[in-house]
Structure formats: structure tokens, C-alpha cells
Write a protein that binds this ligand. Structure first.
Ligand SMILES: Nc1ncnc2c1ncn2[C@@H]1O[C@H](COP(=O)(O)OP(=O)(O)OP(=O)(O)O)[C@@H](O)[C@H]1O
Ligand SMILES: [Mg+2]
Length: 294
């Protein structure tokens, strides 16, 4: 029998899952991502304003909010595509900015292995001249030189439900859903601790959307990768997240378990978002009035 791994935080509470909005010196056990007091302004626009949250290892946290509320800016700062004016992004309690202070190749690759991102439009992030198989092999070669890339490429394709025909195809020869599967496989190739998905299913028709959401749920279980799931679709949030934060004008206005936020919203803005989802008897004029009143 093997003994259990040592507890890295022996005196921390054991029930910690996602502990939202609380900055602390030491993260609760099992925290993979900690975002503390992020701010980013573009001129007079406060795109991200004092945003804090934590994401448990293998957990799934949704970020919802209407257009322009700061979701993508937050995601881009977390991944490292955008800088913050202030605040910290920590992975396994290490500050990403401090880690990346040296811009060496190894440091960049290590940072990339911590957090990967899947965008709304995979077409823009895939090289049109590179076949799907080659995309995966190139990624593996870069991060894991000297390993069996053919075997791992086949495994990744299998994990996202693609076969040898798709492996030989160029991105333009695939459907939108297949392209998104490729983007997910490429992100998972580096075995990231966190996968950031920004409106990753928004451009897909509903049946393909359901397939990709199922795939993502399965992959989370298989790989233990944690998700930061950005969407304006509350139905999607309900399906794939454990916890959720609600953003408005760059700030977090509400946070908690997805079930409680969606069934018993405390903030008027969250209630408005929920009321904005079309359903029988739905009155868009009343929603517009409520929005003006808020
Ligand atoms: N590069 C930029 N330059 C200037 N302003 C920006 C830039 N990026 C974002 N903004 C502004 O920051 C605010 C937040 O934008 P962001 O893209 O984060 O919103 P979002 O919640 O992702 O919206 P959507 O749901 O439409 O994708 C908006 O007012 C936007 O106009
Ligand atoms: Mg966005």
C-alpha cells in the first residue's frame, strides 16, 4: 500500500473548494489559481476593477456578465496576454509575474504549461497551412522533446473525438465543432493546470455546443484540469461550472456556487441577467426598463 501524499497546508481548512473574492496570504488547500485585486483601465474605462477569485484544483469557475463587463480582459490578464495595472495572478501560490520576470524560453514554456486558453474562434488561432496532426506534434515537440509524439498525438485526438481523417486535414477542411475540438486538444497537449475558455462554444450551433460541453465535462474528469469558463450564456454556466462570479462594469457584484447564484440571486444585476433569458411570457420592454432603473 502507498501512503497518501503529504498535506501541503496541514493547518488549513479541509473543506476548501472555491473560496471566492477573498484575498489571503496562503491559499486554501487544493487551490490552483488565485486572482487578487486585479485592475486594468483603458483611458477612463475601468475594464477590470478589484477582481479577486480562486479556482480549486480540477474545479470549474464561470465568469458571467453582459458585453463589456470585463470578462475577456480578466481572462487575458490571467493567461498573460494582457498586463494588469495592479493585482496578482498566482498559480499554485506562485505569482505568475514574478515567475516570468526572466523572459527565457524555458520560463515562457513553463508559464504556458500552467494556463492554456481556448478562444471563441479557433480558426484565428490555428495556422491555416498546418494539418491537425502536425499542430499537435509541433506543440508536443516544443514542450516535451524526446517523448513519443505519435502515441500522444493519437491519444489527444482520441480524447477529443477526432480520428485519422481529421488528423490529416487542414483547419479549413473541418467544421466549426471539429476545429474547436482541435483547439481543445492542442491546449490539453501541454497538460495545463488551468484551461481558460472564453466564449468557447458561443459560435457553435446548439447540438454541437452540447457535444463540446459534454466533451469538456468528460475531459475535466479525466485530466483534472481546472476550467475558467467565460460565457454570457447562463444555461452553459449551469451545465459546466461549480461556482460562478458575476461581473458588471469591471467589478465582481456576486459570487458563489453556481446552483445558489442561479436559483437564489442576491444582486439585482444577477436577477436582471436571469430575467433577460427569453422564455414564454417574456417581456423585453420590461427588461429594458429594469436595466435603466439599475
Ligand atoms: N484593448 C482595449 N483598448 C481599449 N478598451 C478596451 C480594450 N479591451 C477592452 N476594452 C474595454 O474594456 C471593457 C471590457 O471589455 P471586455 O472585452 O473585457 O468585455 P467582455 O465582458 O469580454 O465583453 P463581451 O461579452 O462583449 O466579450 C469594454 O468597455 C471594452 O471596450
Ligand atoms: Mg469577451
Amino acid at each position: 500500500m502507498t501512503s497518501p501524499p503529504p498535506d501541503p497546508y496541514p493547518d488549513s481548512p479541509t473543506e476548501s473548494a472555491t473560496d471566492l473574492g477573498v484575498a489571503r496570504d496562503r491559499p486554501p488547500r487544493g487551490t490552483v489559481l488565485e486572482v487578487v485585486g486585479l485592475r486594468r483601465a483603458y483611458g477612463s474605462v475601468r475594464a477590470v476593477d478589484e477582481v479577486s477569485f480562486t479556482l480549486a484544483e480540477g474545479g470549474s469557475l464561470g465568469i458571467v456578465g453582459e458585453s463589456g463587463s470585463g470578462k475577456t480582459t480578466t481572462a487575458r490578464i490571467v493567461v498573460g496576454l494582457e498586463h494588469a495595472d495592479s493585482g496578482q495572478v498566482r498559480v499554485h501560490a506562485q505569482d505568475r509575474a514574478a515567475r516570468g520576470a526572466g523572459r527565457g524560453r524555458e520560463q515562457r514554456l513553463r508559464r504556458a504549461r500552467e494556463i492554456q486558453m481556448v478562444f471563441q474562434d479557433p480558426f484565428l488561432s490555428l495556422d491555416p497551412r498546418t494539418s491537425v496532426g502536425a499542430v499537435l506534434r509541433d506543440t508536443l515537440r516544443l514542450h516535451f522533446p524526446g517523448t513519443d509524439h505519435a502515441r500522444r498525438t493519437a491519444e489527444l485526438l482520441d480524447q477529443v473525438g477526432l480520428g485519422t481523417r481529421e488528423a490529416a486535414a487542414l483547419p479549413r477542411q473541418l467544421s466549426g465543432g471539429q476545429r474547436q475540438r482541435v483547439a481543445i486538444a492542442r491546449a490539453l497537449a501541454v497538460r495545463p493546470a488551468v484551461l481558460v475558455l472564453d466564449e468557447a462554444v458561443a459560435a457553435l450551433d446548439v447540438s454541437v455546443q452540447a457535444q463540446i460541453l459534454n466533451l469538456l465535462a468528460d475531459l475535466r474528469e479525466q485530466t483534472g484540469t481546472a476550467y475558467l469558463f467565460i460565457t454570457h450564456d447562463l444555461g452553459v454556466v449551469r451545465c459546466v461550472t461549480d461556482d460562478v462570479i458575476v461581473m458588471r462594469h469591471g467589478r465582481v457584484v456576486e459570487s458563489g456556487s453556481t446552483a445558489s447564484v442561479l436559483t437564489d440571486p442576491q444582486h439585482p444585476y444577477t436577477r436582471l441577467l436571469l430575467d433577460s433569458v427569453p422564455r414564454p411570457g417574456w417581456d423585453p420592454r420590461r427588461i429594458a426598463e429594469a436595466r435603466r432603473a439599475l
